[in-house]
Write a protein that binds this ligand. Structure first.
Ligand SMILES: Nc1nc2c(ncn2[C@@H]2O[C@H](COP(=O)(O)OP(=O)(O)OP(=O)(O)O)[C@@H](O)[C@H]2O)c(=O)[nH]1
Length: 324
Protein backbone atom coordinates (compact mmCIF):
# COMPACT_ATOMS: atom_id res chain seq x y z
CA UNK A 1 0.00 0.00 0.00
CA UNK A 2 2.74 2.42 1.02
CA UNK A 3 4.70 1.66 -2.12
CA UNK A 4 1.61 2.05 -4.26
CA UNK A 5 0.91 5.53 -2.92
CA UNK A 6 4.50 6.58 -3.44
CA UNK A 7 4.58 5.13 -6.95
CA UNK A 8 1.40 6.93 -8.02
CA UNK A 9 2.77 10.22 -6.70
CA UNK A 10 6.12 9.63 -8.39
CA UNK A 11 4.45 8.74 -11.69
CA UNK A 12 2.37 11.94 -11.71
CA UNK A 13 5.56 13.95 -11.08
CA UNK A 14 7.31 12.12 -13.92
CA UNK A 15 4.45 12.90 -16.32
CA UNK A 16 4.42 16.55 -15.27
CA UNK A 17 8.17 16.90 -15.61
CA UNK A 18 8.18 15.12 -18.97
CA UNK A 19 5.46 17.42 -20.32
CA UNK A 20 7.19 20.59 -19.11
CA UNK A 21 10.55 19.43 -20.44
CA UNK A 22 9.19 18.48 -23.85
CA UNK A 23 7.24 21.76 -24.19
CA UNK A 24 10.30 23.70 -23.01
CA UNK A 25 12.96 21.96 -25.11
CA UNK A 26 11.11 21.27 -28.37
CA UNK A 27 10.80 24.96 -29.47
CA UNK A 28 14.58 25.30 -29.02
CA UNK A 29 15.20 22.30 -31.27
CA UNK A 30 13.16 24.06 -33.98
CA UNK A 31 14.74 27.51 -33.43
CA UNK A 32 18.26 26.05 -33.52
CA UNK A 33 17.51 24.14 -36.69
CA UNK A 34 16.18 27.32 -38.34
CA UNK A 35 19.31 29.19 -37.12
CA UNK A 36 21.46 26.55 -38.83
CA UNK A 37 22.84 25.13 -35.56
CA UNK A 38 22.27 21.51 -36.50
CA UNK A 39 24.33 19.92 -33.67
CA UNK A 40 22.41 21.71 -30.93
CA UNK A 41 19.12 21.00 -32.69
CA UNK A 42 19.91 17.27 -32.88
CA UNK A 43 20.88 17.15 -29.16
CA UNK A 44 17.62 18.94 -28.26
CA UNK A 45 15.57 16.56 -30.39
CA UNK A 46 17.35 13.55 -28.85
CA UNK A 47 16.45 14.92 -25.41
CA UNK A 48 12.79 15.40 -26.38
CA UNK A 49 12.48 11.91 -27.88
CA UNK A 50 14.36 10.33 -24.99
CA UNK A 51 12.03 12.03 -22.49
CA UNK A 52 8.91 10.89 -24.34
CA UNK A 53 10.12 7.28 -24.59
CA UNK A 54 11.21 7.10 -20.93
CA UNK A 55 8.03 8.67 -19.52
CA UNK A 56 5.86 6.41 -21.70
CA UNK A 57 7.88 3.38 -20.54
CA UNK A 58 7.38 4.42 -16.89
CA UNK A 59 3.64 4.83 -17.49
CA UNK A 60 3.15 1.39 -19.04
CA UNK A 61 5.75 -0.67 -17.16
CA UNK A 62 5.23 1.00 -13.76
CA UNK A 63 9.00 0.74 -13.25
CA UNK A 64 8.95 4.22 -11.85
CA UNK A 65 12.07 4.20 -9.72
CA UNK A 66 14.19 2.74 -12.48
CA UNK A 67 12.91 5.22 -15.06
CA UNK A 68 13.31 8.10 -12.59
CA UNK A 69 16.97 7.18 -12.13
CA UNK A 70 17.60 6.82 -15.88
CA UNK A 71 15.80 10.09 -16.55
CA UNK A 72 17.80 11.92 -13.87
CA UNK A 73 21.08 10.76 -15.40
CA UNK A 74 19.77 11.40 -18.92
CA UNK A 75 18.75 15.04 -18.34
CA UNK A 76 21.87 15.88 -16.31
CA UNK A 77 24.02 14.30 -19.03
CA UNK A 78 21.99 16.18 -21.66
CA UNK A 79 22.48 19.52 -19.89
CA UNK A 80 26.24 18.91 -19.72
CA UNK A 81 26.48 17.88 -23.38
CA UNK A 82 24.41 20.83 -24.63
CA UNK A 83 26.41 23.29 -22.50
CA UNK A 84 29.67 21.87 -23.91
CA UNK A 85 28.35 21.85 -27.50
CA UNK A 86 26.49 25.14 -27.47
CA UNK A 87 28.42 27.12 -24.86
CA UNK A 88 26.96 30.03 -22.98
CA UNK A 89 23.72 30.06 -25.04
CA UNK A 90 22.59 26.79 -23.46
CA UNK A 91 24.31 27.13 -20.12
CA UNK A 92 21.28 28.40 -18.17
CA UNK A 93 19.52 25.04 -18.74
CA UNK A 94 21.83 23.59 -16.12
CA UNK A 95 19.89 25.29 -13.33
CA UNK A 96 16.34 23.95 -13.95
CA UNK A 97 17.78 20.54 -14.85
CA UNK A 98 19.76 20.32 -11.61
CA UNK A 99 16.71 21.38 -9.58
CA UNK A 100 14.33 18.93 -11.30
CA UNK A 101 16.65 16.00 -10.59
CA UNK A 102 15.30 16.13 -7.03
CA UNK A 103 11.83 15.27 -8.35
CA UNK A 104 13.08 12.12 -10.04
CA UNK A 105 15.24 10.32 -7.48
CA UNK A 106 15.95 10.29 -3.74
CA UNK A 107 17.50 13.53 -2.43
CA UNK A 108 20.93 12.02 -1.78
CA UNK A 109 21.00 10.37 -5.23
CA UNK A 110 19.98 13.65 -6.90
CA UNK A 111 22.70 15.52 -5.03
CA UNK A 112 25.35 13.02 -6.17
CA UNK A 113 24.18 13.19 -9.81
CA UNK A 114 24.30 17.02 -9.61
CA UNK A 115 27.84 16.90 -8.21
CA UNK A 116 29.06 14.61 -11.03
CA UNK A 117 27.37 16.79 -13.68
CA UNK A 118 28.73 19.98 -12.06
CA UNK A 119 32.29 18.62 -12.01
CA UNK A 120 31.95 17.51 -15.66
CA UNK A 121 30.89 21.03 -16.61
CA UNK A 122 33.78 22.62 -14.75
CA UNK A 123 36.20 20.18 -16.39
CA UNK A 124 34.88 20.28 -19.95
CA UNK A 125 32.70 23.28 -20.76
CA UNK A 126 34.51 26.20 -22.36
CA UNK A 127 32.38 28.90 -20.81
CA UNK A 128 34.45 29.90 -17.84
CA UNK A 129 36.38 32.54 -19.74
CA UNK A 130 33.01 34.30 -20.16
CA UNK A 131 31.45 33.66 -16.75
CA UNK A 132 33.16 33.32 -13.40
CA UNK A 133 33.79 29.70 -12.39
CA UNK A 134 33.63 30.68 -8.69
CA UNK A 135 30.16 32.17 -9.17
CA UNK A 136 29.05 29.05 -11.04
CA UNK A 137 30.30 26.73 -8.27
CA UNK A 138 28.76 28.82 -5.49
CA UNK A 139 25.36 29.32 -7.19
CA UNK A 140 25.04 25.70 -8.29
CA UNK A 141 25.97 24.49 -4.80
CA UNK A 142 23.40 26.82 -3.23
CA UNK A 143 20.77 25.47 -5.64
CA UNK A 144 21.62 21.80 -5.04
CA UNK A 145 21.92 22.08 -1.26
CA UNK A 146 18.62 24.05 -0.98
CA UNK A 147 16.87 21.53 -3.23
CA UNK A 148 18.36 18.67 -1.18
CA UNK A 149 17.11 20.13 2.13
CA UNK A 150 13.65 20.82 0.69
CA UNK A 151 13.37 17.39 -1.00
CA UNK A 152 14.53 15.61 2.15
CA UNK A 153 11.96 17.47 4.24
CA UNK A 154 9.20 16.67 1.71
CA UNK A 155 10.17 13.00 1.71
CA UNK A 156 9.87 12.86 5.51
CA UNK A 157 6.47 14.62 5.40
CA UNK A 158 5.31 12.22 2.70
CA UNK A 159 6.35 9.19 4.73
CA UNK A 160 4.57 10.59 7.79
CA UNK A 161 1.43 11.10 5.73
CA UNK A 162 1.62 7.54 4.43
CA UNK A 163 2.02 6.21 7.97
CA UNK A 164 -0.97 8.20 9.21
CA UNK A 165 -2.96 6.90 6.26
CA UNK A 166 -2.11 3.23 6.68
CA UNK A 167 -1.29 2.55 10.33
CA UNK A 168 -3.61 2.11 13.31
CA UNK A 169 -2.76 4.86 15.79
CA UNK A 170 -3.16 2.78 18.97
CA UNK A 171 -1.42 -0.46 18.12
CA UNK A 172 0.90 0.33 15.20
CA UNK A 173 -0.61 -2.52 13.13
CA UNK A 174 -1.73 -1.62 9.60
CA UNK A 175 -5.29 -0.27 9.40
CA UNK A 176 -8.36 -1.42 7.45
CA UNK A 177 -7.66 0.89 4.53
CA UNK A 178 -4.24 -0.73 4.02
CA UNK A 179 -5.85 -4.14 4.50
CA UNK A 180 -8.38 -3.66 1.66
CA UNK A 181 -5.69 -2.46 -0.74
CA UNK A 182 -3.28 -5.26 0.15
CA UNK A 183 -6.04 -7.90 -0.01
CA UNK A 184 -7.01 -6.73 -3.51
CA UNK A 185 -3.37 -6.99 -4.59
CA UNK A 186 -3.06 -10.42 -2.95
CA UNK A 187 -6.23 -11.64 -4.70
CA UNK A 188 -5.00 -10.46 -8.13
CA UNK A 189 -1.66 -12.10 -7.47
CA UNK A 190 -3.29 -15.41 -6.57
CA UNK A 191 -5.67 -15.26 -9.57
CA UNK A 192 -2.75 -14.56 -11.92
CA UNK A 193 -0.17 -16.95 -10.50
CA UNK A 194 -2.25 -19.46 -8.59
CA UNK A 195 -0.23 -18.71 -5.44
CA UNK A 196 -1.92 -20.02 -2.32
CA UNK A 197 -2.31 -17.45 0.43
CA UNK A 198 -3.87 -17.51 3.85
CA UNK A 199 -6.10 -14.97 5.52
CA UNK A 200 -6.46 -15.34 9.27
CA UNK A 201 -8.69 -13.44 11.66
CA UNK A 202 -7.16 -13.32 15.14
CA UNK A 203 -9.48 -12.45 18.02
CA UNK A 204 -8.37 -12.01 21.62
CA UNK A 205 -10.35 -14.28 23.94
CA UNK A 206 -12.48 -12.82 26.76
CA UNK A 207 -10.97 -9.41 26.16
CA UNK A 208 -13.99 -7.70 27.68
CA UNK A 209 -13.11 -9.22 31.04
CA UNK A 210 -9.57 -7.77 30.79
CA UNK A 211 -11.09 -4.34 30.30
CA UNK A 212 -13.61 -4.89 33.07
CA UNK A 213 -11.03 -6.16 35.55
CA UNK A 214 -8.07 -3.87 34.84
CA UNK A 215 -9.55 -0.90 33.02
CA UNK A 216 -9.48 0.37 29.47
CA UNK A 217 -5.90 1.71 29.64
CA UNK A 218 -4.57 -1.76 30.51
CA UNK A 219 -6.75 -3.18 27.72
CA UNK A 220 -5.07 -0.75 25.31
CA UNK A 221 -1.66 -1.84 26.56
CA UNK A 222 -2.58 -5.51 26.00
CA UNK A 223 -3.59 -4.72 22.39
CA UNK A 224 -0.25 -2.98 21.81
CA UNK A 225 1.63 -5.87 23.37
CA UNK A 226 -0.31 -8.35 21.23
CA UNK A 227 0.76 -6.51 18.06
CA UNK A 228 4.37 -6.33 19.24
CA UNK A 229 4.52 -10.07 19.94
CA UNK A 230 2.73 -11.04 16.73
CA UNK A 231 4.75 -8.79 14.39
CA UNK A 232 8.00 -10.02 15.88
CA UNK A 233 7.00 -13.64 15.12
CA UNK A 234 5.66 -13.30 11.59
CA UNK A 235 7.84 -13.12 8.50
CA UNK A 236 8.86 -10.12 6.43
CA UNK A 237 6.00 -10.38 3.91
CA UNK A 238 3.25 -11.34 6.36
CA UNK A 239 1.09 -8.37 7.29
CA UNK A 240 -0.96 -7.71 10.42
CA UNK A 241 -3.96 -5.35 10.27
CA UNK A 242 -6.29 -4.13 12.97
CA UNK A 243 -9.73 -5.12 11.75
CA UNK A 244 -11.51 -3.39 14.62
CA UNK A 245 -11.61 -3.61 18.44
CA UNK A 246 -9.71 -6.71 19.53
CA UNK A 247 -9.91 -8.35 16.08
CA UNK A 248 -6.90 -8.47 13.78
CA UNK A 249 -6.32 -9.82 10.29
CA UNK A 250 -3.15 -11.59 9.25
CA UNK A 251 -2.38 -11.88 5.55
CA UNK A 252 0.17 -14.55 4.75
CA UNK A 253 1.15 -14.18 1.10
CA UNK A 254 3.51 -17.06 0.39
CA UNK A 255 2.55 -20.38 1.79
CA UNK A 256 5.04 -23.07 2.60
CA UNK A 257 4.33 -26.69 3.41
CA UNK A 258 4.46 -26.18 7.17
CA UNK A 259 2.03 -23.23 7.10
CA UNK A 260 -0.47 -24.85 9.45
CA UNK A 261 2.29 -25.50 11.98
CA UNK A 262 3.45 -21.88 11.62
CA UNK A 263 -0.02 -20.57 12.53
CA UNK A 264 -0.35 -22.90 15.49
CA UNK A 265 3.14 -21.94 16.69
CA UNK A 266 2.11 -18.30 16.51
CA UNK A 267 -0.92 -19.03 18.69
CA UNK A 268 1.35 -20.73 21.24
CA UNK A 269 3.88 -17.89 21.24
CA UNK A 270 1.15 -15.30 21.86
CA UNK A 271 -0.34 -17.41 24.67
CA UNK A 272 3.09 -17.72 26.31
CA UNK A 273 3.94 -14.04 26.11
CA UNK A 274 0.68 -12.10 26.35
CA UNK A 275 -0.31 -11.63 29.99
CA UNK A 276 -2.58 -9.56 32.19
CA UNK A 277 -0.90 -7.43 34.91
CA UNK A 278 -1.58 -10.39 37.27
CA UNK A 279 0.31 -12.74 34.99
CA UNK A 280 -2.77 -14.54 33.66
CA UNK A 281 -2.50 -15.86 30.10
CA UNK A 282 -4.42 -14.07 27.35
CA UNK A 283 -5.25 -16.43 24.52
CA UNK A 284 -6.23 -15.83 20.91
CA UNK A 285 -8.60 -17.69 18.59
CA UNK A 286 -7.75 -18.01 14.90
CA UNK A 287 -10.12 -18.39 11.95
CA UNK A 288 -8.13 -19.17 8.82
CA UNK A 289 -9.27 -19.17 5.19
CA UNK A 290 -6.83 -20.35 2.53
CA UNK A 291 -7.24 -18.66 -0.85
CA UNK A 292 -9.25 -20.75 -3.30
CA UNK A 293 -10.07 -19.88 -6.94
CA UNK A 294 -12.96 -17.43 -7.20
CA UNK A 295 -12.30 -15.86 -3.80
CA UNK A 296 -13.36 -12.21 -3.48
CA UNK A 297 -12.49 -9.73 -0.77
CA UNK A 298 -15.85 -10.26 0.96
CA UNK A 299 -15.96 -14.06 0.67
CA UNK A 300 -12.38 -14.36 1.95
CA UNK A 301 -13.16 -12.37 5.09
CA UNK A 302 -16.47 -14.16 5.49
CA UNK A 303 -14.86 -17.63 5.31
CA UNK A 304 -12.20 -16.60 7.84
CA UNK A 305 -14.93 -15.19 10.09
CA UNK A 306 -16.93 -18.43 9.92
CA UNK A 307 -13.79 -20.33 10.94
CA UNK A 308 -13.25 -17.90 13.81
CA UNK A 309 -16.82 -18.45 14.96
CA UNK A 310 -16.13 -22.18 15.09
CA UNK A 311 -12.88 -21.61 17.00
CA UNK A 312 -14.78 -19.60 19.60
CA UNK A 313 -17.49 -22.28 19.75
CA UNK A 314 -14.86 -24.98 20.27
CA UNK A 315 -13.78 -23.25 23.48
CA UNK A 316 -11.31 -20.61 22.11
CA UNK A 317 -7.49 -20.68 22.14
CA UNK A 318 -7.38 -22.74 18.93
CA UNK A 319 -6.98 -22.51 15.15
CA UNK A 320 -9.78 -23.50 12.77
CA UNK A 321 -9.28 -23.71 9.00
CA UNK A 322 -12.09 -23.13 6.54
CA UNK A 323 -11.04 -25.00 3.41
CA UNK A 324 -14.32 -24.61 1.51
N1 LIG B 1 -9.08 -1.30 25.77
C1 LIG B 1 -9.70 -1.38 24.60
N2 LIG B 1 -10.78 -2.18 24.49
C2 LIG B 1 -11.39 -2.28 23.29
C3 LIG B 1 -10.97 -1.56 22.17
N3 LIG B 1 -11.77 -1.88 21.13
C4 LIG B 1 -12.68 -2.76 21.58
N4 LIG B 1 -12.47 -3.01 22.90
C5 LIG B 1 -13.21 -3.89 23.80
O1 LIG B 1 -13.09 -5.23 23.40
C6 LIG B 1 -14.13 -5.96 24.02
C7 LIG B 1 -14.67 -7.01 23.08
O2 LIG B 1 -15.60 -7.76 23.77
P1 LIG B 1 -16.39 -8.97 23.13
O3 LIG B 1 -16.75 -8.66 21.71
O4 LIG B 1 -17.51 -9.31 24.08
O5 LIG B 1 -15.36 -10.12 23.03
P2 LIG B 1 -14.53 -10.89 24.16
O6 LIG B 1 -14.79 -10.41 25.53
O7 LIG B 1 -13.11 -10.86 23.70
O8 LIG B 1 -15.09 -12.34 24.02
P3 LIG B 1 -14.81 -13.41 22.89
O9 LIG B 1 -14.36 -12.69 21.68
O10 LIG B 1 -16.12 -14.08 22.67
O11 LIG B 1 -13.78 -14.33 23.41
C8 LIG B 1 -15.20 -4.92 24.43
O12 LIG B 1 -15.21 -4.82 25.83
C9 LIG B 1 -14.70 -3.64 23.81
O13 LIG B 1 -15.00 -2.50 24.60
C10 LIG B 1 -9.83 -0.71 22.32
O14 LIG B 1 -9.36 -0.04 21.40
N5 LIG B 1 -9.24 -0.66 23.55
Amino acid sequence: MINQLQERYQLSLLLLLGTIAVLGVFPFAVIRYLDGNLTASIIDMALVLGLIVLVAYAYYSKKIRLVGAILAIFINGGAVVIAIANGINSFLWVYPVFASTFILVKPIEAFCINVVAGISLVAMAEIFDIISMDSFIVTILILSISAFVYANHSLKQFRLLETLNTVDALTGAFNRRAMSTDMQAALSNSERNGIKQFLAILDLDYFKSVNDKYGHAVGDQVLKEFVKITTSHIRQYDRLYRFGGEEFVLLIPVVEEQQQTFIDNLRTVIKKNLKTPNGEEITVSFGVAPWIPGTTLDTWLQRADEALYQAKAKGRDCVVFNNE
